[in-house]
Ligand binder design. Structure first.
Ligand SMILES: *Cc1c(COP(=O)(O)O)cnc(C)c1O
Length: 426
């Protein structure tokens, strides 16, 4: 499928029915798969044959959808997970263990910040957070001999910082570690991080990929470009025998498929955050229109951002699609067709005014979500970041008056009309 354009891949990749098989990807709603002989099944457990035996490890519906996302990103292998959190956890834990260190952009999703900064710490993996706008020298300075991963988001949620992917890829590769990029907000429609040097991409498919706020899910895609064997001592999990699989060496047996095979055969086997085939089916329906939805999200968001930018009651607007935005040049380079539908802004009068403004909205709903068809708002200081003081909020890059607006697919005029009437009330 690699010769087709991305619109065609959204529709056609992943499921290729043979004669007489269903045209539409079926939901293999089965935990188990049947074999004729004990030996046939045994070979699967030895990773001697590939095939399905238990849905925690692999399921045909999930595999077809993972394959589609893999082709959209231009990777060599992919796996679905039950959530974006599980994807980011597995992506890192697949190559880090107790005593290791990782480096992560400080502008990342709150859940990722907690996962790497607090939960992985309890597992003996230390994380240093670095300003994504830091120079290459500053980034290099925080690497240690035991650093195994550099991690960042293409467009940070909710700070909307656009990542200089090439700068991060150079910093990672200079230290012999892969760059993992969470590409949730941009989606492969607007940015394919592998083309700029990223080695592994993760997604919360919960957002634009699903697109309708129906299913929590995640995905990991491997570019196959990182040569684990070149730094074999750093990544013993991939380059040394796995005693839990009769001593197989993933890089020897699976080549470019080593990273995802290990993540499936070992991490998913043991930790088990598999996506349900039912959700994978719905995710696939979402993916079929991703190439139509993303441009409309961007078009609507640009109109809304321009409207807010020119409104007298609005103190500031952050949207990389606006020419005066700090990240406009990076967005033009990495995402020439648009960034995403998420905007943040603040109102004159600060925090209290932001809250009363949101209460006036009629069409736009207050929900803990972003990146779906329905326009929604959230006030991080009152909701997701509620436990933080104003000083802590500023440190985290979340201004106390910040309103996160996820622009949906409704008529842009209707969205702006709702914003207008709510602004009139404050
Ligand atoms: C939402 C989100 C996550 C977490 O994904 P879930 O599917 O909610 O577990 C991770 N990264 C980014 C950028 C997100 O927006």
């Amino acid at each position: 499928m690699s010769e087709y354009k991305i619109e065609t891949k959204c529709i056609q990749s992943g499921w290729h029915p043979k004669k007489g098989e269903p045209r539409v990807l079926p939901i293999y709603q089965s935990t188990t798969f049947k074999y004729d002989t004990s030996d046939q099944m045994g070979r699967l457990f030895d990773l001697e044959d590939s095939g399905y035996f238990y849905t925690r490890l692999q399921n045909p519906t999930n595999d077809a959808v993972a394959q589609k996302i893999c082709e959209l990103e231009g990777g060599v292998a992919a796996m679905l997970t039950s959530s974006g959190q599980a994807a980011n956890y597995y992506a890192v834990f697949n190559i880090c263990e107790t005593g290791d260190h990782m480096v992560c952009s400080s502008s990342v999703y709150g859940g990722t910040f907690n996962l790497f900064g607090a939960t992985l710490k309890k597992q003996g993996i230390d994380c240093t957070f670095i300003d994504p706008d830091a120079s290459e020298e500053e980034i290099a300075a925080v690497f240690r001999p035991n650093t195994k991963v550099l991690f960042a988001e293409t467009i940070a949620n909710p700070a909307l910082v656009v990542l200089d992917i090439e700068k991060f890829a150079r910093a990672a590769h200079k230290h012999g570690v892969p760059l993992i990029v969470d590409n949730t907000f941009a989606t492969p429609i607007n940015c394919r991080p592998f083309e700029w040097g990223a080695d592994i991409v993760t997604h919360s498919t919960t957002k634009y990929m699903d697109g309708h706020a129906m299913c929590v899910g995640g995905c990991i895609v491997d570019s196959g470009n990182f040569d684990w064997t070149q730094y074999g001592d750093k990544f013993p999990g991939l380059t040394k025998p796995d005693p839990t699989y009769h001593g197989i060496v993933y890089t020897e047996k699976f080549g470019k498929g080593a990273y995802i095979t290990k993540a499936t055969a070992q991490i998913m086997r043991d930790l088990g955050s598999i996506q349900s085939p039912q959700n994978a089916f719905l995710l696939n329906v979402g993916l079929e229109t991703l190439h139509l939805r993303m441009p409309r999200h961007c078009e609507n968001a640009k109109k809304v951002a321009e409207f807010l930018n020119s409104h007298e009651k609005v103190a500031w607007v952050n949207y990389a699609g606006l020419p005066d935005n700090r990240y406009h040049a990076l967005a033009e380079k990495y995402m020439p067709n648009g960034t995403c539908g998420v905007i943040s802004f603040g109102l004159k009068g600060g925090r209290e005014v932001s809250v009363s403004f949101m209460d006036q909205l009629e069409l736009i709903a207050i929900v803990t979500h972003v990146a779906d068809a329905r326009t929604c708002v959230l006030h991080p200081a009152s909701h997701t970041h509620r436990q933080m003081t104003d000083e802590q909020l500023v440190e985290a890059g979340v201004a106390p008056d910040l309103i996160r607006l996820s622009v949906g697919l409704e008529n842009a005029g209707d969205i702006i009309a709702d914003l207008t009437q709510a602004l009139e009330h404050i």
